[in-house]
Design a binder for this molecule. Structure first.
Ligand code: LLP
Length: 454
């Protein structure tokens, strides 16, 4: 157990800046307020568990990313919809000047339903179906990212049938895997995405694309990982992408006009997480690409980026109701208090799947009780069903209290399941004290509808 014991009840209930949404604060009675809404009111109107998004915070993030990366040479910043998608989020990010990166026909359909213009869309996928490709072309998506040799033929054929020339990027793998402060640079890529620059597969793909009149190769795409805190991994990736671009010019006379460096910009989940400031990161990446291009003597391409987590992650919290509180004697004077909430791994799989760390706080009142070491767990039939592995929460925590878990806007609702037949929580946004339903709560009836025998 590495989480240090807080010095006092006040310290334990402090809202760590950067982890919680921008305007988040406590009412005088201790209740948490998100976007001007008291979480107790949110739960009494919309139930629990509840994802509560601060719309202004999300819009602010979208605006900041757009401004910083456009300043650094980006033509367009795409929001990576896999982090979380609903029509209102698609509209907000579009209004803030972002495009949207979709990775399936489903994500595409939501973006189209939200009215996002085709030229603001980019489609990914290592195994796009023909139907998904056709839907993308019908929607007029501005970029389809080619991920395999099969993609080349399928997209070219579909574009031909639709009578269009489809702009494409080629996803290349450059042997860089980045995560937080660490990155690994290798010559090989042992993963399913993209085509390797070192093996010659990427160069062969470019040769094939160039021969097809219904495809227009605009440039290259590289995504190196997620939850990245500094520019070091991007530096190696950019150098390798630019070296490949130079080779394409020398060997095939092909100019790489656009380079999309993907997403992966990290956020703070817990105290001590310290991602580089948005503008600094953007500036550093822009400078790196400029320097690499100058070094090999090719013109600087237009850039593009695809942040997902960094746009929506910190803008939402999950509010849960405490159901049971169980103190377990670990021996040697150690006690762990298991606090069970009314959701769990079905609304946040990240703790179980990635050992992700989260920050949790008592959200419905203040407490001066001595903090105790807690594990916040869900209600699923599985001991790995942990929401927050270690947290110091007030010793008087009781059934009916509300807990808020910070930074759950990305990859929580979008990775949610119906494990144990739990209906998925509602997603609500708040702005200036008013709430709006983003996704309504699932009902048991919704689930029963899938079962013809029910
Ligand atoms: N672009 C591409 C091609 C990607 O594959 C991803 C994420 C992104 C952009 C957005 O990355 P972000 O900025 O959100 O880090 N489920 C995992 C994350 C998987 C990310 C997959 N690709 C998690 O919960 O941490």
């Amino acid at each position: 157990m590495s989480l240090p014991r807080p010095a006092s009840a006040e310290e334990a209930s402090r809202l760590v800046p950067g982890v919680w949404p921008g305007g988040c604060h406590r009412n005088p009675d201790g209740a948490l307020v998100i976007g001007g809404v008291d979480v107790r009111d949110a739960v009494s109107q919309h139930g629990s568990p509840l994802f509560l998004f601060d719309e202004a915070d999300l819009r602010h993030r979208a605006r900041s990313y757009r401004a910083a990366y456009v300043d650094a040479g980006a033509r367009l910043v795409y929001y990576a919809a896999k982090a979380f998608l609903a029509t209102s989020v698609a509209r907000w990010v579009t209004e803030e000047g972002l495009g949207i990166d979709v990775a399936s026909g489903g994500e595409l359909a939501v973006a189209v339903r939200a009215g996002v213009p085709g030229d603001r869309l980019l489609m990914h996928g290592n195994n796009k179906s023909m139907a998904e490709i056709e839907a993308a072309i019908a929607a007029g998506v501005g970029r389809i990212v080619i991920d395999s040799f099969e993609d080349i033929v399928r997209i070219a054929d579909a574009a031909g049938r639709a009578g269009v020339v489809q702009p494409v990027l080629l996803r290349v793998t450059v042997g860089v895997e980045a995560h937080t402060h660490e990155f690994i640079a290798t010559a090989h890529e042992d993963q399913k995405f993209g085509l390797s620059v070192t093996s010659g597969a990427a160069a062969e793909a470019v040769r094939r694309i160039a021969k097809l009149p219904t495809l227009s190769l605009l440039g290259l795409h590289s995504h190196i990982g997620s939850q990245i805190f500094d520019a070091a991994g991007f530096e190696v990736a950019a150098a390798r992408v630019v070296a490949f671009a130079e080779r394409l010019w020398d060997e095939q006379g092909i100019e790489v006009e656009e380079v999309n460096l993907g997403g992966g910009m990290g956020i703070a989940y817990v105290d001590g997480d310290d991602p580089l400031d948005v503008a600094d990161m953007a500036h550093q990446i822009g400078e790196i690409v400029g320097k690499e291009c100058a070094a090999v003597g090719i013109p600087m391409p237009a850039l593009a980026f695809e942040p997902g987590r960094a746009i929506v992650g910190p803008s939402a919290v999950t509010v849960y109701e405490v159901g049971t509180v169980k103190a377990v004697d670990l021996g040697q004077g150690l006690v762990r208090t298991f606090v069970s909430v009314d959701g769990g791994m079905s609304d946040n799989i990240r703790t179980a799947l990635y050992d992700a760390e989260y920050t949790v706080t008592l959200a419905s009142r203040e407490s001066s009780a001595e903090p105790v070491l807690c594990r916040v767990v869900g209600k699923h039939c599985e001991s790995g069903d942990v929401v927050v592995r270690d947290a110091w929460l007030p010793g008087d925590l009781a059934p009916g209290d509300l807990l808020a878990v910070a930074a759950t806007g990305a990859y929580c609702r979008s990775m949610a399941s119906n494990y144990n037949y739990l209906p998925r929580p509602a997603v609500v946004s708040s702005r200036d004290g008013a709430m709006q339903v983003v996704l309504r709560r699932e009902t048991l009836e919704d689930l029963m509808r899938l079962d013809p025998g029910a």
